[in-house]
Design a protein around this ligand. Structure first.
Ligand code: PMP
Length: 427
């Protein structure tokens, strides 16, 4: 039996679904997930020693490619000094200085260990700061799995959300208003009705959890203006986009100043680091300075911080984002051209090192568009590519990622594989 299948069967006896995060189970595409043994540069190898060009990049963090030698060296050095102290360290000060320098809207920052924690803490802070309960999120945006944010996408109507998971009390999500992404009029309506009750609006400025969907400038500008007018805080979730779409994040591309920013993924370079930060007067409300409680045994872990800091240093090399953006754009243009030649309805988009591929004739603008994608065609593409050694995200609802180690040659071989797959699909 294939070792992946054998491991899946063992795993399913002791781990729900055999995985520690649901999308890894390949449930929507079918087949056994690949159990990864090791990775280097743009490649990963599974337990069968099959090599894959990796377009998931650990869902974003591996922007330098896997096991960058400088990052590995920094991690080894940190390990030699100690794994965890539960006390303040110099490295935390240095990474906080680096983050606040790179992202000026983050005047102060606190480190946590996952994007979920960053989102949960940012919401608590916004509520604590404003003394209000209601929050606005958008259909198709994901901000981690904390209760208040785990709300079913609405049906395009102005509705208070129902929990989208068992175990979340409706009394927790009754304060969460779910609106349509890229619909500024609906946002205006919501503020007209509830303006003085809204603690915050939370958004992915480029949504990456319903595949890649670009927020419009008007949408982002409208939420900034409404938040300011009504005394609500704007939280931009840059867990995925931070240091990924541009060195200074999505906020630099939209020229918007959030009150609070969330970071994750690239900031840890593949280890558990995330952060939330923003205006100093807001951040001063957090314990031990203020009444909003937030804490973590492993927050600012020295090994994870060393990994993140080494990554942040390397992405500041001159021309890094030009190259990353060009490589990502080469991939999506190549895939789109291959699909067109085969007559397969397909579109694609990229921002910096993040991309979306859609089995739709046009790029989507929101959740309803994404839902129209041809799931069957995607599954055929996914497995065709996997067979040919190219590992794409196993779901139509996920964005893809390219690293600086994905050279033209690597990308061109992926496009060549895609040509074969699209041709087979056209038959
Ligand atoms: N926000 C965004 C935009 C994300 O993409 C994710 C994870 N995909 C999260 C928050 C949650 O981060 P984590 O998985 O580290 O909890």
């Amino acid at each position: 039996m294939d070792r992946n299948q054998a491991l899946l069967e063992r795993a399913q006896k002791v781990i729900p679904g055999g995985v520690n995060s649901p999308v890894r189970a390949f449930r929507s595409v079918g087949g056994a997930p690949r159990f990864i043994e090791r990775a280097k540069g743009p490649y990963m190898w599974d337990v069968e020693e099959k090599r894959f060009t990796d377009y998931v990049c650990s869902w974003g963090p591996m922007i330098l490619g896997h096991n960058d030698p400088d990052v590995v060296e920094a991690v080894h050095a940190a390990v030699d000094r100690g794994l965890s102290f539960g006390a303040a360290t110099r490295a935390e000060v240095e990474i906080a200085e680096e983050i606040t320098r790179l992202i000026p809207s983050m005047e102060e920052v606190r480190l946590v260990s996952s994007g979920t924690e960053a989102g949960m803490s940012a919401i608590r802070l916004a509520r604590g700061f404003t003394g209000r309960n209601r929050i606005i999120k958008f259909e198709g945006c994901y901000h981690g799995h904390s209760d208040a944010l785990l709300v079913k996408a609405g049906s395009g109507l102005l509705t208070f959300g129902n929990p989208s998971s068992a175990g979340v009390p409706a009394s927790v999500t009754e304060h969460t208003l779910v609106l349509e992404y890229n619909n500024p009029e609906q946002l205006e309506d919501a503020f007209r009705k509830y303006g003085d009750e809204i603690a915050c609006v939370i958004v992915e400025a480029f949504a990456g959890n319903m595949n890649l969907v670009r927020g419009s400038q008007e949408f982002i500008d409208t939420m900034r203006r409404l938040c300011t007018e009504h005394g609500a805080l704007l939280i931009v979730d840059e867990v995925m986009t931070g240091f990924r779409v541009a060195l200074k994040g999505a906020q630099s591309l939209f020229n918007v100043t959030p009150d609070i920013t969330m970071l994750g993924k690239v900031i840890g370079g593949g280890m558990p680091v995330a952060a939330f930060g923003g205006r100093a007067d807001i951040m001063q409300k957090i314990a031990p300075c203020g009444p909003v409680y937030q804490a973590g045994t492993l927050s600012g872990n020295p090994v994870a911080v060393a990994c993140g800091m080494a990554t942040l240093k390397k992405i500041q090399a001159p021309g890094f984002y030009d190259r990353l953006g060009a490589q990502t754009s080469r991939l999506v243009k190549g895939l789109a051209a291959a699909a067109k030649d085969a007559g397969v309805p397909f579109s694609a988009d990229s921002v910096g090192g993040m991309f979306g591929i859609y089995f739709l004739p046009e790029r989507p603008h929101g959740f309803a568009d994404v839902m129209k994608a041809d799931q069957h065609a995607f599954n055929t593409f996914f497995h065709g590519m996997l067979d040919r050694g190219c590992y794409f995200a196993p779901s139509t609802f996920e964005a893809g990622f390219v690293s600086i180690a994905h050279t033209d040659e690597v990308i061109d071989s992926t496009i060549a594989a895609a040509r074969e797959v699209f041709a087979s699909m056209a038959k």
